[in-house]
Design a protein. Sequence first.
Length: 210
Amino acid sequence: MDSKVHILDHPLLQHKLTILRDERTGVKEFREIVAEIATLECYEATRDLPLEDIEVKTPVASGTFKTLAGKKLAIVPILRAGLGMVDGILSLIPSAKVGHIGLYRDPETLEPVEYYCKMPGDIAERDVIVLDPMLATGGSAVAAIQFLKNYECKNIKLMNILAAPEGIEAVHKAHPDVDIYVAGVDEKLNDHGYIVPGLGDAGDRIFGTK
């Protein structure tokens, strides 16, 4: 697997991913676990955040300790399923700003169509993590990343819960500079563009729609 693909095989992630796959898992539990997986993935995706030293007085003594070096972060969920990952990341990084990209997949062409885009005013100055539970054909991710590059974003990462090899290949062909963080890579896509064995439609399962 390409060095730009980070498959996060922590036992907790793998256990939670299996619960998501189970067709018996209800909406409430599915939604909660998507957020929990996003939190765990965020821990890895932010491993390279820069640190700086500050002086702190503890109850015992003064000392020099590490703190985040003021690096600005934004998270950009791809609507609508990406919304399910937002709270999990904000629980770790509450100061992150949130942009939104609305895309839907044309059922005939399987190509992404944009219907909404709203970004923080300083998005170009921020490190950006794009959120979407499923990386299937890769069309939505490729389009979303290109939108962000059009906003002059320089440091972009993609965070998914589950990916197909076809989606990973599409993102890397279009955006070889973007790192992908994912909890699992499945076998293939079926004729309808769904990941196999996958977990179904993540948006429907998060929001209880069909």
